[in-house]
Design a protein around this ligand. Structure first.
Ligand code: UD1
Length: 332
């Protein structure tokens, strides 16, 4: 049985579908502060299975311990955490408290129950922005906001944990920019308030919730001056977790692995790809650069292929179609 913390969230819910497809039994723990309970029912519809879920905060040690007593957990995929960059700058203590406490509590309980296989949701945001692109797993680390530093610190904690007890088997998955949604249109990203990320902003412009897209800077040293990122379909990303789970199963160690496509797209390229995929027009204006943004960030993907036998397959067209379908069928 796999424990999925934050399994009702964007990446967590898609990973649960892939776990089910791959024949894994799993239980979700989520406090639903940044996700909806309805996702559990929807996961049931997509998978055709009864979804096991516990409503609890991962910081609640007794509640997490109970889950380990009740279910025969073999491994944990740990998604639970706060993830809004801007919010982390205005509320750093709450970000450090929540993200680090969740992981500490989880690892303590895992240790007590002798469960030592863990997949952690890290982020490409741990890489310093002045690295040469594409960035590999050995590139220099450093962050620009508390959200990023919380990921960085947790990676270090998990490395220290392995150093103290080399029975642990840990994958630190560094996500690039996940977008898209499940092709059923039943699960997807649920941004709270006005989205900060590009794709949910675009889909809300198209659905009429927002007036126009602000393109943050057109004077970067990139193909057309706008920021370049490595967008990856969330279903591909979810499948990466299944490969990582198989990888950590029969060995010990701690490995950081990039999950990206290896290809960068500029903001303007994304706008055009979205328009082409959906037939919609995206009104936009060029605005000034956003603080903390970098010109380009995309992954070197060789390690994921070599170690996990995984690579991303879904094209930008599909990412846009699926993001659009999700917004169109759920905009209310
Ligand atoms: C952002 C976070 C990153 C986090 C990731 C999670 C920042 C600085 N970085 O990454 O730490 O891990 O989200 O998904 O917030 N853009 C626009 N207009 C918009 C929104 C975005 O032009 O309204 C541009 C950005 O300048 C960037 C690209 O689109 O070039 C992608 O932005 P976004 O989706 O926010 O992702 P990141 O900034 O890469």
């Amino acid at each position: 049985m796999i424990l999925v913390t934050g399994g009702a969230g964007f990446i967590g819910s898609h990973t649960c579908v892939e776990l089910s497809d791959a024949g894994f039994d799993f239980v979700i723990v989520d406090n639903f502060t940044n996700s909806s309970k309805e996702m559990i029912d929807r996961l049931g519809s997509i998978t055709g299975k009864r979804i096991k879920s516990v409503t609890a905060d991962v910081r609640d040690k007794d509640a997490v311990s109970d889950i380990f007593s009740k279910f025969d957990i073999d491994a944990v995929i740990h998604f639970a955490g706060y993830k809004a960059v801007g919010e982390s700058v205005s509320a750093p203590l709450s970000y450090y408290r929540n993200n680090i406490d969740c992981t500490l509590t989880l690892c303590e309980v895992m240790s007590e129950h002798n469960v030592k296989k863990l997949i952690f949701s890290s982020s490409a945001t741990v890489y310093r922005s002045d690295n040469k692109m594409p960035v590999d797993e050995n590139a220099a680390l450093g962050c620009t906001n508390p959200y990023g530093w919380s990921k960085f610190m947790i990676e270090q904690m998990l490395r220290d944990l392995y150093a103290s007890d080399n029975k642990w088997s840990i994958a630190l998955l560094r996500y690039f920019n996940p977008i898209g949604a499940h092709s059923s249109g039943m699960i997807g990203e649920l941004p709270s308030g006005t989205p900060n990320n590009l794709m949910p902003y675009i889909t809300q412009v198209v659905s009429g919730k927002l007036e126009k897209l602000h393109v943050f800077g057109d004077d970067y040293p990139t193909i057309d001056g706008t920021g370049v990122r490595d967008y990856i379909h969330v279903v591909d990303l979810a499948k990466g977790h299944i490969s990582a789970l198989r990888y950590i199963n029969d060995k010990s160690g701690v490995e950081a692995v990039n999950l990206g496509t290896g290809r960068g797209y500029s903001v303007l390229e994304i706008i055009h790809a979205f328009e082409k995929a959906t037939g919609e027009k995206i009104p936009y204006v060029i605005d000034k650069r956003r603080d903390g943004d970098t010109a380009a960030c995309f992954a070197k993907v060789g390690k994921a292929k070599e170690l996990l036998g995984w690579e991303a397959n879904l094209e930008i067209n599909k990412m846009c179609e699926d993001a659009y379908r999700w917004e169109s069928s759920n905009s209310n």
